[in-house]
Design a protein around this ligand. Structure first.
Ligand code: PMP
Length: 437
């Protein structure tokens, strides 16, 4: 059974999961996005655990899609949000409010180089929209380079940047050059960053005027299947992009806030400093919050017109976001991710020795991927098996994420309070489920 945990969920008195599903189908539109055959009715969360309507506890290894950074309903975040909610729920940026200013200062203090100007928005999509606008205004160019397999959002603008058919509609996409994602496991050049870089240069030479607005990438592709970009890649690309007049955008929507263990920001694992950084998800531990951080020079272009966002930097979200930053520092979450992550990787690699279906174990900290294949040599995606295992894990009380073009990658990105005992339970559950295949 799951590691002991001292929390008693409240009795649930709401409507049943079946009724919710019915209302969802009727009122919330059709969706291709059903995670489980029988979707879970989650009614309560405490740190790394979730509870369903019957009080059954689940180990959350996906953190609400990499969003719950500190832990579900972390007491410090709850306290900050409740206190602010009681005082003032909303004040737009046409007024002064201390929470937004303090939060911006704290966030800027976490950034390297001259990344000191913060714009608050409400989601990752919005952050990437704004970042692209900034890149285009600042450089005077239109073309953007993005990676295949990337996910940057679902709005009319960011759909163009997203490099996965699953999420795209046939709408005008702007001038976007999708280059190969430097995936060490599946990419044609393996971990050879220089070969991928050459392809980027060719795209710019043959597919653009020679001048581009910018380059955007997740350092650890999330939706695309927990892919850590080949080492050295970003350094090479940033040089190429800057030579072509472009700016470099790091999408840290999933990989920031210490989750990688080794660094606070994902891009730091590649020893680069971007010109614009976008973030969301973990920044608010589940509050609707996003941000764009850039340099004063680039920010200058935004003063040509009014830059305004009704909810961006809302006092409640700002108070919550500030609490998140403090929790990560106070509880040494980055160091914790490194420690638990290396234990988990070690155990997953041992599991790989035992089960042929595990083609690849990758990532760092609590930002991990396990890719399943039916044939290790040709790397045939184990699509059906992944689905089966996914359901079995749920029955065993373990929730993991799914990703990749073929949906054959387990994404393991739990709240950062996840323990070694939790990691052991997850691996034992995977072992048990795989043994029954
Ligand atoms: N960028 C990345 C890397 C993401 O993973 C996501 C969301 N999955 C987004 C951007 C878009 O964020 P949101 O859903 O908050 O709009």
């Amino acid at each position: 059974s799951l590691p002991p945990f001292d929390h008693q969920p409240r009795p649930y008195t709401g409507i049943s999961g079946e009724e919710i599903l019915h209302k969802r189908r009727t009122y919330l539109g059709p969706s291709l996005f059903h995670y489980y055959q029988n979707p879970l009715n989650i009614v309560e969360g405490k740190m790394q655990y979730l509870y369903d309507e019957d009080g059954k506890r689940y180990l959350d290894c996906f953190a609400g899609i990499v969003t719950v950074s500190c832990g579900h309903c972390h007491p410090d975040v709850v306290k900050a949000v409740v206190q602010q909610t009681e005082l003032l729920q909303h004040a737009t940026t046409i007024y002064l409010h201390h929470a937004i200013a303090e939060f911006a200062e704290a966030l800027a203090s976490k950034m390297p180089g001259n990344l000191k100007v913060v714009y608050f928005v409400n989601s990752g999509t919005e952050a990437n929209e704004l970042a692209t606008l900034m890149a285009r205004l600042y450089t005077g160019n239109l073309g953007m380079v993005a990676l295949r397999n990337a996910y940057h959002g679902g709005s009319a603008g960011t759909i163009g940047l997203t490099g996965l058919q699953t999420w795209k509609y046939p709408i005008p996409q702007g001038e976007i050059h999708h280059v190969m994602n430097p995936d060490p496991y599946r990419g044609p050049f393996g971990s050879d960053a220089a070969s991928y870089a050459k392809e980027v240069e060719e795209h710019i030479t043959y597919g653009s005027s020679g001048n581009i607005a910018g380059f955007i990438a997740e350092t650890f592709q999330g939706v695309g299947g927990a892919v850590e970009l080949a080492p050295g890649y970003l350094k090479l690309i940033y040089d190429i992009v800057r030579k072509a007049g472009g700016v470099c955008i790091a999408d840290e929507v999933q990989s920031g806030f210490g989750r990688t263990g080794s660094h606070y920001w994902g891009f730091q694992t590649q020893d680069v400093v971007p010109d614009i950084v976008t973030m969301a998800k973990g920044i608010g531990n589940g509050l609707p919050l996003g941000a764009v951080v850039t340099t004063p020079e680039i920010a200058q272009v935004m003063s040509q017109k009014i830059q305004f966002n009704t909810f961006g930097g809302n006092p409640v979200c700002s108070a919550g976001g500030l609490a998140v930053l403090n929790v990560i520092d106070k509880e040494k979450r980055q160091e914790h991710c490194a420690d638990v992550g290396s234990h988990l990787v070690e155990r997953l690699k041992a599991l790989q020795q035992k089960h042929e279906i595990i083609g690849d174990v990758r990532g760092r900290g609590l930002m991990l991927g396990v890719e399943l294949v039916t044939d290790r040599k040709v790397k045939t995606p184990a699509k059906a098996e992944t689905g089966e295992l996914f359901e079995k894990l749920k029955d065993l009380g373990v929730l993991v994420g799914k990703g990749g073009l073929h949906g054959n990658v387990f994404r393991i990105k739990p709240p950062m309070c996840f323990t070694k005992a939790d990691a052991d339970f997850l691996v034992d559950a995977m072992d048990y489920a795989m043994s029954g295949l």
